[in-house]
Design a protein around this ligand. Structure first.
Ligand code: ACO
Length: 397
């Protein structure tokens, strides 16, 4: 039976039944409906309640467009001078070495989920889009508030009644670019039509606030982009280039560490090997110089590769938008690719490195201020822990 939004609800038979997800195409596009498989019965073992006869998606789009964007930051602003009160540093050192002046940090009752939802709402509002027509939400984060995934809470908070698929993508500061490419793949080959890509990170929770080498760099934020199926000629993802290198991972990470304080004792007093000790994650550990070298070497190569695949050269692209990690990295990459300063988008001074949120946060500001206009092309790249890095050439609107 179809409900008001065109999605089908199962008529569950009175027999004992297992409810399994199955794929269907609704009026608004691709959705998950439910397939009821009876464990016993007279009228066959399987009864499909989905409108779709085939389990394969029928709608395949040639292109995808970026049609809405939004962002959100926490209320607490922490300046370089504030940091100089807790670690041995100065506004001058931080701004000269990084370009960062301020960052926003989650505090009080704020949560990463709330930031992600606020960013998502703004993106949907910009596109005048009903959340019930979303069929996929990709939450790019390495700092979820639940280790099993943050994404499924987002449609719930947005009030989606159609149970869209929602899952996390973990790729640190490359997360948003990877999410964008994943959205395009889901749309072009998977039958999905309306995909919300969220980049959100609360890195401040994993920073050692006594380590001046790392605590000065990071801030918290969320950004979201609505990606929609369209015809090939309107396509907004012109090319991409993605990589990872586990060997370099030792230069940047927050590995799991066992809690060595508690020893679990069996009922006879013996130390138990099982269950294992409780684990938690260490604070961010980083070799800044190595990460810097990696970024200025790999990011230009990746963007050059993406430009080549798109058949473009840097002079024909409107904007360069890199993951906002360090202004010196942004400047070095821009110089190498011959992007003049006026074509480089940067808001790092106000927010620091916000990991997976940094690209949509900067793009949102650039779109809302009128700098980036519909039809403009943007060479964008993320890079960070993993190590991971990747680029995409996109067209806004
Ligand atoms: N204030 C004052 N002095 C400092 C500070 C600070 N906050 N931090 C380090 N120093 C000191 C060091 O102790 C060192 O002192 P010494 O010469 O007496 O030993 C000196 O400054 C130079 O330190 P370096 O680490 O060599 O400084 P560098 O110029 O490399 O800048 C920085 C450090 C800013 C971290 C830089 O290496 C960088 O930005 N690297 C890239 C990091 C990055 O982008 N990370 C995020 C990746 S994204 C992700 O996935 C999370």
């Amino acid at each position: 039976m179809a409900n008001a939004s065109g999605f089908f609800t199962p008529s569950v038979p009175k027999l004992r039944a297992k409810v399994q997800p199955s794929i269907g195409i609704s009026r608004s596009g691709f959705c998950f409906s439910r397939r009821v498989v009876c464990s016993s019965g007279t009228e066959g073992a399987e009864k499909l309640v989905s409108p779709s006869e085939s389990r394969m998606p029928k709608l395949v789009s040639k292109g995808c467009r970026l049609v809405g964007i939004g962002s959100a930051v926490p209320s607490l602003s922490v300046s370089n001078d504030d940091l100089s009160k807790i670690v041995d540093t100065s506004d001058e050192w931080i701004s000269v070495r990084t370009g960062i002046r301020n960052r926003r940090v989650i505090s009080g009752k704020e949560s990463l989920k709330d930031l992600a939802v606020e960013a998502a709402r703004k993106a949907l509002e910009m596109a005048d889009f009903d959340p019930n027509d979303l069929d996929l939400i990709l939450m790019c984060t390495s700092t979820p508030e639940d280790i099993f995934g943050a994404a499924p809470q987002i449609p719930r908070e947005l009030g989606c009644k159609n149970y869209p698929l929602a899952y996390d993508i973990t790729a640190a500061c490359s997360g948003f670019v990877l999410g964008l490419v994943s959205a395009a793949c889901h749309i072009r080959g998977g039958g999905f039509r309306n995909v919300l890509v969220i980049g959100a990170d609360g890195v401040s929770r994993f920073v050692d606030w006594t380590d001046r080498g790392t605590c000065i760099l990071f801030g918290d934020a969320a950004g979201a982009v609505l990606v929609q199926a369209c015809d090939a000629e309107e396509d907004g993802l012109l090319s991409f280039d993605l990589h990872s290198d586990g060997e370099g991972g030792r230069h940047l990470g927050a590995p799991m560490s066992d809690d060595k304080t508690d020893e679990l004792l069996g009922s006879n007093g013996s130390v138990l090997d099982f269950p294992p000790k409780r684990s938690s994650y260490s604070c961010i550990q980083m070799n800044g110089k190595e990460v810097f070298r990696f970024a200025v070497r790999c990011v230009p190569q990746s963007i050059e590769s993406a430009l080549q695949k798109a058949g473009l050269v840097s002079s024909s692209v409107d904007w360069l938008l890199l993951h906002q990690a360090n202004q010196r990295i942004i400047d070095a990459v821009a110089t190498r690719l011959e992007f003049p300063q006026e074509k480089v988008i940067s808001n790092l001074a106000n927010y620091g490195n916000t990991s997976a949120a940094s690209i949509p946060l900067a793009l949102d500001e650039a779109v809302r201020s009128g700098k980036v206009k519909p039809g403009h092309t943007i060479a964008t790249a993320g890079f960070g822990a993993g190590l991971t890095w990747g680029s995409a050439v996109i067209r806004w609107g």
